[in-house]
Design a protein around this ligand. Structure first.
Ligand code: GLU
Length: 457
């Protein structure tokens, strides 16, 4: 396989939002393909008609695009390939590697319940594998694979190492149902083979599926792909990640104000490491990503860490891009923003972004440029009030000029900055702790607006 182009794939079932665990699987497959100069394919596993929905397909595509995980070639829809899946089942039947099973749904139910009553997991008893009896009339058969009865199946996994599964644990799974529809297990193998997938990187909840899928590869005489089963993501408490831990869908993170590059960096680090590096750009990730760096232990989500990383990427982000991101949020809250205010936001962004950890926080910190804050505090202090006439005299309204004049005033009146600035800041921004230097805030707000706010008129 050494000179072969590496082909990875992401194969989500469209039954809900794109889960962040799945997004991490997609990211790893994407990085491995980009790292090796291979291909990354997207296959929508929509064979389960009852559970697959168009909104879920849309959510997957939108989330992938938002994360910047571009795929090669056309999207493959598994449901469109049912005929091909059936063809393989029939070929296995013709080759004696599979057989017709005439078990009726009633029989199956009975056997299942009997197993349950005994506290056992139901496993098909292979009644029709070598049956001599005549098939019952009027029963449409399913097609089952002849799984090996003895020995072991060995998965040489790139993450888990050598995993041995006793063949006695595997059953003769159904390939084609009696209504002619393929099972998931068959569809996955046929698609991965036809798409020439060389590496299957997926959650370790699929490990036993791999052993079962290997039976089909074997029976068809197809070359096995390389498997890498990655540990699942756990919640901060170490339990399997679930809704009670917080947001699970990629789009929820977008709504909460995460940048895609921050989420990608976080998900990458959650399950893969490169020394002690925490901040890894997309280019670096492509350069460094390898299967050997994938951790074997399940990773725990740490929302504080995620937020801090997001703060880092916000500080790194282009100011104009950030303005475009906060404008819709501010529009909603404060009414349509004028081009003049947007210009103010652009000027202020370099300081606003210093502190915000999410885009929502960033929008909130920018609100005072859009709306005059409600301030109870008046500049009661006569000395502070004395600043107003000084500011009114300034014609060249720049932060430098404002600073010079205010500092002159402080010196002349023997005042410490701490006696004046918190009050000024609150009058101007509604808070003691707003982002940005006070002189710059005044320059950006403009002379008229600043004076209005300071005189509380
Ligand atoms: N469709 C499967 C899932 O969403 C993934 C199958 C695979 O990666 O092989 O869990």
């Amino acid at each position: 396989m050494s000179n072969q182009q590496i082909i990875t794939r992401f194969a989500p079932s469209p039954t809900g939002m794109l889960h962040i665990g799945s997004a991490r699987t997609a990211l790893f497959n994407w990085l491995y393909a980009r790292h090796t100069g291979g291909k990354f394919l997207l296959r929508i596993e929509d064979t389960d008609k009852a559970r697959s929905t168009q909104p879920a397909i849309d959510a997957i595509i939108t989330s992938m695009k938002w994360l910047g995980l571009d795929w090669d070639d056309e999207i493959v829809y598994q449901s469109h390939r049912a005929e091909r899946h059936a063809e393989v089942a029939l070929q296995l039947l013709a080759d004696g590697k599979a057989y017709h099973c005439y078990e009726t749904p009633e029989e199956l139910l009975q056997k299942r319940e009997a197993a349950k009553a005994e506290g056992k997991v139901y496993k098909y008893d292979r009644k029709w594998r070598d049956a001599k009896e005549k098939p019952p009339a009027g029963v449409k058969p399913s097609i089952r694979v002849k799984a090996p009865l003895e020995g072991e199946t060995i998965i040489r996994d790139q993450v888990q190492g050598t995993v041995t599964i006793k063949n006695s644990e595997l059953d003769d799974m159904v390939l084609l149902r009696s209504d002619g529809t393929p099972t998931y297990m068959l569809a996955v193998v046929v698609d991965d083979h036809d798409m020439a997938v060389t590496h299957i990187i997926r959650g370790d909840d699929h490990l036993t599926n791999s052993a079962r899928q290997m039976i089909i590869y074997e029976a068809m005489g197809w070359q096995l792909p390389i498997f890498a089963h990655i540990p699942l993501i756990h919640g901060p408490d170490g339990a399997k990640l679930s809704k009670r831990h917080g947001a699970l869908g990629v789009q929820e993170y977008e709504k909460m104000g995460y940048l895609p590059e921050a989420l990608c960096n976080y998900l990458l680090k959650l399950g893969w490491s490169h020394g002690d590096d925490e901040i890894i750009s997309q280019d670096q990730a492509i350069k460094w990503f390898d299967l050997s760096g994938i951790n074997k232990a399940p990773a725990r989500l740490d929302f504080d860490k995620m937020k801090n990383l997001n703060g880092h990427y916000i500080r790194e982000a282009d100011d104009e891009r950030l303005v475009e991101m906060i404008v819709p949020i501010l529009n909603k809250k404060c009414g349509e923003i004028s081009p003049a205010v947007k210009e103010k936001l652009k000027k202020a962004m370099h300081s606003l972004k210093e502190r915000a950890k999410t885009i929502l926080e960033l929008a909130e910190s920018a609100e005072f440029y859009v709306m005059r804050p409600a301030v109870d505090e008046k500049m009661e202090d006569e000395k502070i009030k004395g600043i107003l006439p000084i500011l009114e005299k300034i014609t060249n309204w720049t932060h430098k000029e404002i600073e010079v004049k205010i500092k002159e005033f402080l010196t002349a009146n023997n005042l410490k900055p701490g006696a004046v600035f918190p009050g000024l800041r609150t009058m101007l921004t509604g808070s003691h702790s707003s982002a940005g230097g006070i002189f710059e805030i005044m320059e950006i707000l403009g002379r008229e607006e600043s004076l209005k706010r300071l005189s509380n008129t």
